[in-house]
Design a protein around this ligand. Structure first.
Ligand SMILES: [Zn+2]
Length: 196
């Protein structure tokens, strides 16, 4: 049965500034990415933005075909580690310039996070949200950056290792995510982790 896909962004980042306008992120994530995530199985895809400062958890809980990506700070200050560390597990790969990180296979489901303070503008934030969502939904780690499709497209773009600097997704990026969200996964991350 066809379903509606919901992309939740759980936002615990600072307020918008001149170069990182959340209204632009929201519009472009919907218009350049999610608008194209539909087919016979996916009725449509929509963005739901949760303000973590005023809303403690996602309600209703994320569905098995949904996506949850946290938008937060890499440098949260003394004794405040990044959320992905609080989420548990160990970070397999945290290059000093990574704009986000996704941990897979944690007891409560995978955890995807984009670092507001590592992105220079709204376009990097938008593409990073999609990039980490692709890791989370596909269950693929770094091997995703080298992924080649059988779709006959011109290759991945935003899914590449440094792909979050690309503003627009390629056909293969969109097809990859479309296929990934059709596979139900257990996402129980309905709130930001706050204790180690
Ligand atoms: Zn990646």
């Amino acid at each position: 049965m066809a379903f509606i896909h919901t992309f939740h962004v759980f936002d615990v980042a600072p307020d918008s500034d001149k170069f990182r306008d959340k209204n632009v992120v929201r519009a472009n994530l919907q218009n350049f990415f999610l608008q194209y995530i539909n087919d016979n199985d996916i009725t449509s895809s929509r963005l739901v933005w949760i303000n973590g400062a005023t809303t403690p958890f996602i309600n209703p809980a994320p569905a098995p075909n949904d996506t949850v990506v946290f938008l937060s700070l890499f440098n949260r200050g003394f004794k405040q580690p990044q959320l992905s560390i609080l989420a548990g597990g160990t970070l397999a790969d945290t290059p000093t310039t990574a704009l986000g990180v996704t941990q897979l296979g944690l007891p409560r489901g995978g955890f995807a996070e984009v670092f507001w303070d590592r992105c220079v503008n709204h376009d990097e934030i938008t593409s990073s949200l999609f990039h980490e969502a692709c890791h989370l939904r596909s269950g693929m780690g770094k091997e995703m950056h080298e992924w080649k499709s059988g779709f006959g497209g011109r290759g991945i773009s935003v899914l590449k290792e440094k792909g979050s600097s690309n503003k627009l997704p390629s056909y293969d990026d969109l097809q990859f995510y479309t296929d990934a969200v059709k596979k139900p996964v257990s996402i129980q991350r309905n709130r930001a982790p706050t204790t180690p």
